[in-house]
Design a protein around this ligand. Structure first.
Ligand code: SAM
Ligand code: SF4
Length: 473
C-alpha cells in the first residue's frame, strides 16, 4: 500500500482536497526573503533540485528590482541550459460551446444569452481538421464547454474522428483535451481513444474566491474539480495538465497552489503534471468582473519565471491570449509550448469571416498570427519550432521529466525530432522565405549534435526531402 505525504491511504482517501489556504498564506506572510536567499534558491533550481513551498515563497516575496531581474535571468538560464531552443507548436480546436455552468469570467457561461451556441457536426469537425492539417498542424487540443451533450463517449468519438482525418501529407498525431472533469469511468473511456494530455484548470485554488466565480452547475463543486486529475490518474491517464486562471485571486497564492498541486500529483502518483498553464483573464462577451486581482505584465513575467524555477521539470504553455510582443518576451523565461494560427470561434478555421466576434468565442485572443507567421518569427529568433509527438507515440511518458533528468535525452530525442518535424513542415507548408530560414536553423542545430547523431539525422532529413514522413526517434 502506497502513502501520500499527507498519509492518505490509496486509492480512496487519496481523492481528498490537498490545498490548505492557511498553510499557503502562512508561507506567504511569514517567510523572510532577501537578495541573498533569493540567489541561493535560484542556484538550487539551476543545480536541478526541486524547490519547496518555502523556497517558492522566498522568490515570490522578492520585490526589489535586482532580485526580480535575478529570478528572470535564472529562469532564462535554466531554459537555455536544460531545454535549449525548442518550442512545441499546437492549436486549440473548439468543438462545442454549450455550457451548463455559469463561470462569471467566461463568454460561454449559461447566463450569457448573447453567445451563439454551437456544437460542430462530425462533418464540420472533419472540415476544421482538414483546414488545420492544410496549415501544417500536427498537435491539437480539443476544447469543450461542460454540457450533458459532451459526455466521455462523445469526447472519445471526436478524438477518434481527429485521428482518422488525413489530408495530403497532413495528419494530427496528438490530441489533447481541455474539458470538464469526468468520473473515473469517464476518464477510462477517453483514455481508450488515445488522448495525449487531459488538461483541467482549477481556475482559482482559493476556495472562497472559487465559490464567488462559480455560482451554478457542476463546476461550483470546488473539491470535485480539485481532485479531478486524481481520478484521471486512477483511470490510467498519467499525462495531465494543470492551470490557474490568473486574475481571479492573488497571483502569489495561485503560484504556490500550482506548485502544491504539482507536488501532490508527484507524491501520490510518482508523476508530476505534464504541463502547467497560466491563462490571464481576457475580455469576453458581456464580461463584468472585478479587476482587483488582474495581473500586470510585469507581475506576469515574474510569476512565469518563478514557476519555471519552482517546477523545472514541467512543460509550460503560453497561449494566444497574450499579444505577440509579450509572448516573444515571456517565451524566454521557460515556456515550452505555444499555440500558433489560433482561431477560437466554433468553426473558425474554415469560416474565417467572423473572426474576433465575441459572441462566437469564449474570450478575445490577442495574437492572431497565422501558424506560418509564428514559425517564421521563432526561426528569426534562432529558435527551433517543433511539431514532435514522438514520446507519447513511442510510449515514453513523463518526457518533460526525462528531458530534465536524463543526461543527453534532449540531444538524443527532442532536438532530432524537432528538426525532422520542422523539416516536414518546411517541405509541405512553408513559403520559400520561411523554408530558407528554417533549413538554416536545422543546419545550425545539426552542427551542435555529436557525429553519430548528426549522420543519423542527416540521413533521415534526406529521406524527408524525398517525401518520407513521420520519421522519428
Ligand atoms: N469548460 C471546460 C472547463 O471549464 O473546464 C473547458 C475549459 S474552458 C473552455 C478553457 C479555459 O479557458 C478555462 O478553464 C478558463 O481557465 C479559461 N477561460 C475562461 N474564460 C476566460 C477568459 N475570459 N479569459 C481567458 N481565459 C478564460
Ligand atoms: Fe463553461 Fe468552462 Fe466557460 Fe465555465 S469556463 S462557463 S465550464 S466553458
Amino acid at each position: 500500500m502506497k502513502f501520500c505525504p499527507q498519509n492518505y491511504r490509496i486509492p480512496d482517501v487519496r481523492m481528498q482536497p490537498f490545498i490548505d489556504a492557511d498553510e499557503i498564506w502562512n508561507y506567504l506572510l511569514h517567510t523572510p526573503s532577501s537578495p541573498e536567499t533569493v540567489e541561493q534558491v535560484i542556484q538550487k533550481s539551476l543545480a536541478k533540485n526541486r524547490l519547496s513551498l518555502e523556497e517558492v515563497a522566498i522568490l515570490i516575496k522578492a520585490d526589489d528590482e535586482k532580485s526580480i531581474q535575478a529570478i528572470k535571468d535564472g529562469a532564462r538560464a535554466l531554459k537555455n541550459t536544460i531545454y535549449g531552443n525548442r518550442i512545441v507548436l499546437f492549436a486549440p480546436l473548439y468543438v462545442g460551446n454549450k455550457c451548463s455552468n455559469n463561470c462569471l469570467y467566461c463568454g460561454f457561461r449559461s447566463s450569457n444569452i448573447e453567445q451563439i451556441r454551437k456544437t460542430l457536426s462530425d462533418e464540420e469537425l472533419i472540415r476544421e481538421i482538414e483546414a488545420l492539417e492544410d496549415n501544417g498542424q500536427k498537435r491539437l487540443i480539443l476544447v469543450f464547454g461542460e454540457h450533458a451533450e459532451y459526455s466521455a463517449e462523445y469526447i472519445a468519438h471526436t478524438v477518434r474522428i481527429v485521428y482518422g482525418v488525413k489530408k495530403g501529407n497532413g495528419e494530427i498525431r496528438r490530441v489533447n483535451i481541455n474539458a470538464a472533469p469526468l468520473d473515473i469511468e469517464g476518464f477510462r473511456i477517453v483514455k481508450q481513444a488515445g488522448i495525449g494530455t487531459y488538461q483541467i484548470f482549477q481556475e482559482t485554488y482559493h476556495r472562497e474566491a472559487y465559490k464567488k466565480y462559480h455560482v451554478a452547475g457542476r463546476k461550483s463543486d470546488y473539491d470535485y474539480r480539485l481532485t479531478s486529475l486524481d481520478r484521471a490518474q486512477e483511470a490510467g491517464i498519467d499525462d495531465v495538465g494543470i492551470g490557474a486562471l490568473f486574475g481571479l485571486y492573488d497571483w502569489r497564492f495561485e503560484v504556490m497552489s500550482l506548485v502544491r498541486h504539482a507536488n501532490h500529483l508527484e507524491a501520490c502518483y510518482n508523476v508530476g503534471p505534464h504541463t502547467i498553464s497560466f491563462p490571464r483573464i481576457k475580455d469576453a462577451s458581456t464580461l463584468n468582473i472585478d479587476d482587483r486581482y488582474f495581473v500586470s505584465d510585469e507581475d506576469f513575467a515574474r510569476l512565469i519565471a518563478i514557476l519555471r524555477l519552482a517546477v523545472p521539470y514541467t512543460g509550460m504553455i503560453l497561449t494566444a491570449r497574450e499579444p505577440e510582443s509579450l509572448r516573444n518576451e515571456l517565451i524566454q523565461y521557460g515556456v515550452s509550448q505555444i499555440d500558433g494560427g489560433t482561431k477560437i470561434e466554433l468553426g473558425g478555421y474554415v469560416e474565417k469571416e467572423f473572426y474576433h466576434e465575441l459572441n462566437k468565442a469564449q474570450f478575445r485572443i490577442n495574437d492572431d498570427r497565422s501558424l506560418n507567421e509564428v514559425v517564421d518569427e521563432l526561426l528569426q529568433q534562432g529558435m527551433l519550432p517543433s511539431f514532435c509527438t514522438s514520446c507519447y507515440r513511442m510510449g515514453r511518458t513523463g518526457e518533460h521529466f526525462m528531458e530534465f533528468s536524463v543526461p543527453g535525452f534532449i540531444k538524443r530525442y527532442c532536438t532530432p525530432n524537432a528538426m525532422l518535424t520542422l523539416a516536414e513542415y518546411l517541405e509541405d507548408y512553408a513559403p520559400a522565405e520561411t523554408a530558407r530560414k528554417g533549413w538554416q536553423v536545422i543546419e545550425k542545430n545539426l552542427d551542435d549534435l555529436d557525429e553519430k547523431m548528426r549522420n543519423s539525422v542527416s540521413e533521415k532529413l534526406g529521406r524527408v526531402k524525398k517525401g518520407e514522413r513521420d520519421l522519428h526517434y
